[in-house]
Ligand binder design. Structure first.
Ligand code: FAD
Length: 444
């Protein structure tokens, strides 16, 4: 078999490795338009903030190491520009030599990811120190600017994961940060009252937090940000982190179906409407695991899981992708914010009735030093006990509670089962009645 993969980072690299395990003889070619493959996107903010000091550590696999280990044909600086479905071939442009050529395939996997949204805000083209963050070259630019120009002030536009992680990391570099968020809260996967804890913490840490206000224009080559409400913020740099858009041009031009938000549509085997073309990762529309509606959830777990499943499906192992639960987590200064499944905002939008419990247990036995409160919220169906989702905010023990509930959801457990989960306990780690058990008792 000859299998071509477009995109060589999270989804693409996972698929390539799995394909090789399934078939020693397949001809596997992976095209990546950038210089690097299989790098740690998720670590980029922490390298800028200098928590991760060694740039090499971001490069999980190099072309040499990965080609040798998995016997792959990896071509970087190679952009796939066109798919010819009739002849089962692609057109490739070598970005270093400008040469173009055609390569045929038996199966094609698209994992082109999603790119930061750059809206046509007046003054955006003239703004000099305006950045977005997706890959290693973006990271190098931001870090070089901070190292060389020593900016004193930064404006981060957008309070999602990347915006918040960058707010913290810029702050760690001694930069005064203003965070501008158009909605009434940061961190969309959680509900307002949970986000309010984070708002308070951001302000406590010295972040100038502006909610309910968006960017209207940039002035003075990006030295001034004007907001819709008329605020004028002086700044030395701007980070735009207002979300991502699927890289769907190849798919659209080839007549592959995309959804309302541009995500490439695939079935449970991750096949597009062309049975020889598969698509995975940030570029695809997924089914929300909880409410079964189409959605876009650009996270690393789905990309990795889909990378493996797509290879299995190409080799006849019928493994289904069951949808994305959207389990997510972020560090925001001293706090951890995590969520899984649906929140109230989503359920309200879909008119799904639900019940909520809020509890504020401590992370481990109160008599053992270091215990701190967790705000834990469980959203469920009153009648059936079905768990719709959970959110947690705290300084310790947040991650495992959300992971336990995410596991319970995938295992089909209801709120009535939560008290019966026998979880590991000793005073430094939990209580004999773990917060997850308590949430179940309160909900039951
Ligand atoms: P990508 O990993 O983006 O790879 C796509 C690749 O395809 C790109 O390198 C692109 O250059 C290449 N490409 C596109 N078009 C073409 C073409 N036509 N020809 C050749 N190559 C092409 N997720 C989490 O779950 N947790 C986190 O903490 C987290 N942190 C993140 C932090 C940052 C700063 C960023 C940017 C992302 C973070 N993510 C995180 C998201 C996660 O990295 C993505 O969900 C994941 O990388 C998606 O994998 P992918 O294969 O779909 O796309």
């Amino acid at each position: 078999k000859k299998i071509i993969i477009v995109g060589g980072v999270a989804g693409g690299s996972t698929a390539a490795a799995r394909l090789r395990r399934l078939d020693e003889n397949a001809n596997i070619i992976m095209f990546e338009k950038g210089e690097y493959i299989s790098f740690a996107n998720c670590g980029l903010p922490y390298y800028i903030g200098e928590t991760i000091k060694d740039r090499e550590k971001l490069l999980v696999q190099t072309v040499d190491s990965m080609s040798a280990r998995y016997n792959l044909d990896i071509r970087t600086f190679s952009e796939v520009t066109q798919i010819d479905r009739t002849n089962k071939s692609i057109k490739v442009s070598n970005l270093q030599t400008n040469e173009t050529y055609v390569e045929t395939y038996d199966e094609l996997i698209l994992s082109p990811g999603a790119r930061p949204i750059l809206p046509p805000i007046p003054g955006i083209d003239e703004a000099r120190a305006l950045f977005t963050l997706r890959n290693i070259p973006d990271t190098d630019k931001i870090k070089a600017y901070i190292d060389e120009q020593k900016p004193k002030q930064a404006v981060v536009v957008g309070g999602g994961f990347i915006g918040l992680e960058m707010a913290e990391n810029l702050h760690d570099r001694g930069i005064e940060v203003t965070l501008v968020e158009m909605s009434n809260q940061v961190m969309a996967p959680i509900d307002y009252e949970m986000a309010a804890i984070i708002h308070h913490h951001l302000v406590e840490k010295g972040v100038n937090l502006i909610l309910n206000d968006g960017v209207n224009s940039f002035k003075n080559n990006g030295k001034k940000v004007i907001t819709n409400n008329g605020r004028e913020i002086e700044t030395d740099m701007i980070l735009l982190s207002i979300g991502v858009r699927p890289e769907n041009e190849l798919a659209v031009n080839a007549g592959l179906n995309v959804g309302d938000r541009g995500g490439i549509q695939v079935n449970e085997s991750l096949q597009t409407n062309d049975p020889n073309i598969y698509a995975i990762g940030d570029a695809v529309e997924v089914k929300d695991y909880t409410n079964k509606q189409p959605t876009m959830i650009p996270l690393a777990w789905p990309a990795n899981r889909q990378g493996r499943i797509v290879a299995d499906n190409i080799y006849g192992e019928k493994v289904r992708y069951n949808g994305t639960l959207g389990t997510s987590i972020a560090k925001v200064f001293d706090y951890t914010v995590a969520a899984t499944g649906n929140n109230e905002k989503t359920l309200n939008r879909l008119d799904i009735p639900y019940q909520v419990v809020h509890i504020h247990p401590v992370s481990h036995a109160g008599y053992y030093p270091g215990a701190s409160p967790i705000a834990l919220k469980l959203v469920f169906d009153q009648e059936t006990g079905k768990i719709y989702g959970a959110q947690a905010v705290g300084t310790d023990g947040v991650d495992k509670r959300i992971d336990v509930i995410a596991t319970a959801i995938k295992g089909g457990l209801t709120v009535l089962d939560l008290p019966d989960l026998e979880l590991a306990y000793a005073p430094p780690y939990s209580s004999a009645k773990d917060p997850v058990n308590m949430a179940g008792y309160v909900a039951g």
